[in-house]
Design a protein around this ligand. Sequence first.
Ligand SMILES: Cc1ncc(COP(=O)(O)O)c(C=O)c1O
Length: 437
Amino acid sequence: MTESGNARLLEEASAYTPGGVHTSIRIIDPPLCVRRAEGAYIEDVDGRRYIDYHAAFGPFILGHCYPDVVERVVAAIRQTDLYGVSTTELELALAKKVVEHVPSVEQVLLCCTGSEATFHAVRLARAVTGRRHLIKFQGCYHGWHDYLLRNVLSVPERVGQRDPGSAGMLDEVLDNTLVCDFNDLHAVERAVRDHPDDVAAIILEPIPHNLGCIMPRPAFLAGLRAQCDREGIVLIFDEVITGFRHHIGGYQAICGVTPDLTTMGKAMANGFPMAAVGGRRELMQRFNTRPGGDVYFAGTFNAHASCVAASLATIDVLETGKVHEHIFRLGERMRAGLREIVDRAGIPATVAGFGSVYVLYFMEDRPISNYTDLLRNNAPLFVRYRQELMKRGVFEMPMNLKRNHISYSHTDADVDQTLQAAEESLQAALAGCRAQR
Ligand SMILES: Cc1ncc(COP(=O)(O)O)c(C=O)c1O
């Protein structure tokens, strides 16, 4: 199918860049190199068009090259860029919007990536508590830094063990980050009990979308909140995926549980490198952006006008209320359609998701509570099905457990076309997997 131009470009790039790509999980089989994108579609270097649900791991809530965003960015950078001194009217306008919409955020600082945001949130939590340990959940991803890069997509033998996400990480750093199962309050209580007065923060994706989609049990998030209040622990919601995508105020605006700190990114600027850490004023006041603050915060490119303008434009469109209504409705349609397809095929499958996010796992339809439950997913079939989708002009990342995102630019016709491709791809993938056995 797409080998030629895509494979050639990647091969040439590999001579100059290790692996030819600039983020470790951009390598897929078959290679896909995008030349242009518009709305719900991407086009590869051979001119093949795909309906895109990968959405660059999630930023595109409005769609690629969305005109309102592009126009605001162009207008902004004709008159402004970056000064590295004081603040700007644009930055103030964006900070006001985030504070207005996100329940936990009384003050906010802008940075460029989700990894920076979670790094700053953790350091702040340690500073305000004077404690060392962090609690994260098996399978959740919070960025590439040593504080949190452990026990992400662990192989089964490493679940419950020390599982660094990279060579070069220090054991002593890893061991300060404790790992619990998602939805297991007792495990969290035990971890806190075992480290008396030494847990600084609990950090979680309120919906772990790095695994596709695991919904929090109703009492889980409230239970964490209560536990943090009792023990003086900082509760951090990493809303880098859920923020703006599920609600303009993040998932916290839906679930009614308010963390102490929130990290945001991705959909916040519809594809521009914008992220933020925000939370209670009393905590945020410790950052040294304020004279006398003692928690270091900096970044040469923080709040570049192009990204701030993109974020303001994105939020303006979200404020109409039309985006969430549209993407939630299409998400429901997609999930219902996929359920019918797997029922007709009579295979073990689970359709999961929330709002605009959906994922089709190949495993029996039982409730999913944590990462261990997802080890039952038939990974070869999951990847093969998506490779078949690519042949039919639909791009869902052909990588185990990756979620799909619907944007405001996707249409009912796109969903119809995707469901038709899904039915054919499923049959082809099942036949392919059978033949390989
Ligand atoms: C929940 C979550 N937090 C943090 C990050 C890190 O964000 P970035 O890749 O912008 O550094 C990601 C990235 O996928 C994420 O999914």
